[in-house]
Design a protein around this ligand. Sequence first.
Ligand code: DUT
Ligand code: MG
Length: 602
Amino acid sequence: MKRIFHYLKPYTFLAIISPLLMMGEVIADLCLPRLMTVIVDCGIAANGDVSSSKLGSTVMNILYGAGPYTSMQVIVTFGVLMLVIVLIGGFFGVSCAYTAARASQSLGNDLRRDAYSRVMSLSIEQTDKFTTGSLVTRMTNDITMVVDFTEMFLRMLVRAPMFFVGGLFMLLTMNVSFGIVMLCALPVMAIMLFCVLGRAIPLYSTVQKKLDRVNSVVQENVTGARVVKAYVSEEHEGKRFDEANADLMDTNFKVQKLMAVMHPVLTVVMNAAIIAIIYIGGWQLDNAFGTGMTTGSIMAAITYVTQILMSIMMVTMVLQSVSRAMASSKRIGEVLDSAPVIVSGDVKESKDDIAVSLKNVGFRYPETHGRPVLHDINLDIKRGETLAIIGATGSGKTSLVNLIPRFYDAVEGEVFVDGVPVKEYDLEALRHKISFVLQKSELFSGTVSDNIRMGKDDATEEEIQMAARTAQAEHFISGFSDGFESYIAEKGASLSGGQKQRMSIARAVVRKPEILILDDSTSALDLATEAKLRASLESEMKDTTVIMIAQRIASVKNADRIAVIEDGTIRDCAPHDILMETSATYRDIYNSQMGNGGQANE
Ligand code: DUT
Ligand code: MG
């Protein structure tokens, strides 16, 4: 909750001016019944004789000089005065609504922005821990709760107490006997509030949790719609949703049932108080006690009683909102407080003959406690070299290259890029040096050029076409009806696997990176296209250090060196010809792919 007020800081001016403006509105509202008293008592009942009212005689004296005044004069003067005050009050009210909305919406905007950038800076494992569904609820529903609360708070902060205190003051200064009515009504209200809110407030945090559950079931089923359909598990999933949904409804229903009691009780108390005031007032009027009781003051008293009891209603609303906002702000705080595991360093530039170097590197995923995925990795890759990595599935190839742009940090040893440990690099500078083509091509909805331009914001048309040509993608792109302006569906659903891979490669090469990492990025291409791609990469990107993961011997054969990975470590690293002589593992892979079915041909 403290954090929310911290976020309100930039809008201190708005946050302070809103309650002040609200004060104006409340004062105007509190003045009106008093003016009406004069109209009723002096204008109507006493035919323009203002001597009984101090307010009446003062105002009339200033405006028209000494009396006597006609009854019409008094009624019109005070009528116009009431109109003016209503307009002033209205102006203050509208301004307050504006400033309060402005402050709270800006706060919401900032909060969402910070939460979003925090979510983006979290590492993959941290996002998994929160779950996607919960992160989305936190960023939308929870922030909305906080924004609603802030707005209500800024408006009600002075409104409710002022109506309460001001109304009570006005009531008592008019006639002390009206105080007795409030003395009876207030305890009844207090007891009711205590009973209802005491039980409703804890339920609010439960509602939020149930909502989370409904959201996460919906999220899972919408994103996994294909799987749900493929396994015809609509019924099972539907049941799961129904349960969560019914649960949410039950809790909401409980809260509403409690809240439903409040309104009738308030109405009864209010009307009882009004009856009491009319009765007491009328009795005093009849018996002419000399207490100064008048018809006008009874009318005004009724308005004040309504305002006082309404202010209590407002307090309940604020309390409800507080309890919701507290639950929500705690959930938002959890996101904002999760420190990113990968922290940026400050080295921006470096050059070295050894582009990438791994020294005694060991790595394990945080969630796997057992065997390390990588161990004792030692590897130097020279600038401009093409290094291929080959190895069985699950041997740790992807994990190894993930360490270079710091998707994960090595657990042991150190990874260097251009002679500087990656941990000391400015993350942005490091990732700018590197283009990474992921094993699973990820494209975004947008045009072909949009997708390629992701690699380089300011790429020209020529650069984009050049990159597509290098990636052997130009041919199929020009086959589309709109060429480079053709629209690609979400996640590249409108492209084939091999087309997606080539798009991803085009996106990587448009930047002309210093280091290009291709993680099994040609697996869906036929051998002829792959050979062409390799040749064009070689001629177009002479100075680029290429790290290329592949499963096929044909893909790696021409690389300067080939690293053979087995069980999380590099067994051998040499050019093809030498590996054929020295590496049994490499020979095994070679033979299995050349059709000898794994028989060694020594
Ligand atoms: N692993 C995890 N968590 C992950 C990713 C992988 O525990 O988020 C494990 C699975 C595997 C090992 O790490 O046992 C190595 O995985 P990697 O993806 O590095 O293997 P690969 O050589 O790239 O396999 P493939 O050829 O199938 O891509
Ligand atoms: Mg892999």
